[in-house]
Design a binder for this molecule. Sequence first.
Ligand code: NAG
Ligand code: NAG
Ligand code: CU
Length: 624
Amino acid sequence: MGRETLALGWAVAATLMLQALAMAEHSPRTPHSKASVFADLSAQELKAVQSFLWSRKELRLEPSRASTIAKNSVFLLEMLLPKKQQVLKFLDNGQRRPVREARAVVFFGAQEHPNITEFAVGPLPQPYYLRELPPRPGHRASWASRPISSVEYVLLNHALQEATKPLHQFFLDTTGFSFHNCQLRCLTFTDVAPRGLASGERRTWFILQRYVEGYFLHPTGLELLVDHSSTNAQDWTVEQVWYNGKFYQSPEELARKYKNGEVDVVVLEDPLPKGKGAESMKDPPLFSSYKPRGDFPSPITGHGPRLVQPQGPGYKLEGNTVLYGGWSFSFRLRSSTGLQVLNVHFGGERIAYEVSVQEAVALYGGHTPAGMQTKYIDVGWGLGTVTHELAPGIDCPDIATFLDALHYYDADDPIRYPRALCLFEMPTGVPLRRHFNSNFDSGFNFYAGLKGQVLVLRTTSTVYNYDYIWDFIFYPNGVMEAKMHATGYVHATFYTPEGLRHGTRLHTHLIGNMHTHLVHYRVDLDVAGTKNSFQTLRMKLENITNPWSPTHHLVQPTLEQTRYPRERQAAFHFRRTLPKYLLFTSPKKNPWGHKRSYRLQIHSMADQVLPPGWQEERAVTWAR
Ligand SMILES: *[C@@H]1O[C@H](CO)[C@@H](O)[C@H](O)[C@H]1NC(C)=O
Ligand SMILES: *[C@@H]1O[C@H](CO)[C@@H](O)[C@H](O)[C@H]1NC(C)=O
Ligand SMILES: [Cu+2]
């Protein structure tokens, strides 16, 4: 089976369910040394690639932190997965190990027509060649739509502060906060994307906020459109200003009109406790903080339940490979896209080559320009790299195994992210299976139950204001589940009465904008070999003459099977009812003559947001 894509919605899970596992010819599992073919690059490997690239003088590389856009720099290094066929030949047929290579994304900014070029660098551990990875025809990454680097943010911050100097008094009067000499009362911003209305533009709307805990919920009512397409930050300009429902040509125009009393001003209440910023016990915590507030009639006190494993973990971790009951799989945390599980075996047979996160998008509606413009495509915000430390007892049970990750992204060295991943076993709180066998005489013959427990591999991505929790869950009966939780802060804009058409008022000056999260997983199932096909089962009613009472009609369900010889035919569109059962099927049969197959369950309320083919929708065609 080739690659398949799923679009999954808000707090959603896809479950792969094993249907009929036959008495498999148990092939030995992939040894740990071989599974390293899936491992992310080590710090040594990343450094070797880095020094090799720097040794190629024709690239004219400069450090990422050099304070300019007009430079050549290495933006991203990560392991380049070899071709699947090569990996399978190596794992299954004892052929030679595929060459280990890195993928390098280089920003060529120091030239008249800047570009982004991707290279394969190999062979590791001692690279000596560089090969351009050609983009798919028509899919060259455009320079204008590249991710914003930390240096560009510093420059943008500076540009915004300069451009809004005329608004200093306006900020102080309306918000009590400012950009200059501000100490505890500073302004900050959130930038939204896409950055423009057509390909090739780099014009971003910025939401100005008061810099307090949870500043995402403190918009000031001012939004600015900045053109920062030039590689020279001196050329950047503010193109438009929006304040409390009205547009202005420039910060100067708003400042002038404000001075003349021509601006409909909203004076915000002070979010900070009175006094010199010191919180006193009497002040209620800021509504945007995570500090609990309010009273419950029966407060929940103490630490609450905890997990213990008196006999140690039930899983084994060997390098990047996990063994758990019938399961074995390898994993990596790919810097660009996120968590991947690879070479998934159950009961001694491979059932999936890859199940991985590919992309997450959040599409918004709103009344403010930033609100209506927001369509976040999160790989462009470093989705796989924003994997910050997991807290034992909160993010994962305290008994979990925590693992560090390395990312080489917008930096000049590999950066270690401690406790970026966790692995743990947990009770599901419901038996996997149980039966009370009654003797129908106020007693029983037997009772049997199987404890419900699962293995979870977890990471998170904090993309600015919101946090995704990514879980891959392995059930002892061969079910595997991919699940995403979305949490953190909402992306919110300034309250205007018209904004209520696109969201809900959350506070005095705050609208929580409506939006849809869509998540793209790659699920490459190999059920009993790679020659899989796709079929569906539906329920169809039949109406027959009752064979044991011919004067009656009998209406009952039957199974209706449909085959989809072409992958395209298996791409189901939104708003059409999905067939009830989606099956990935091997030509091999089980002992009872059924084709061995895995069932895909999609738990999603996702829907199509944009019409197919409409502008940004073409960047997320997987969500069709
Ligand atoms: C991108 O820039 C590099 C470095 O100048 C150059 O070698 C390469 O040909 C450029 N690629 C394209 C497609 O313009
Ligand atoms: C079943 O078929 C019979 C004979 O055609 C018809 O009278 C009856 O209404 C049908 N029942 C249903 C539920 O379709
Ligand atoms: Cu959300």
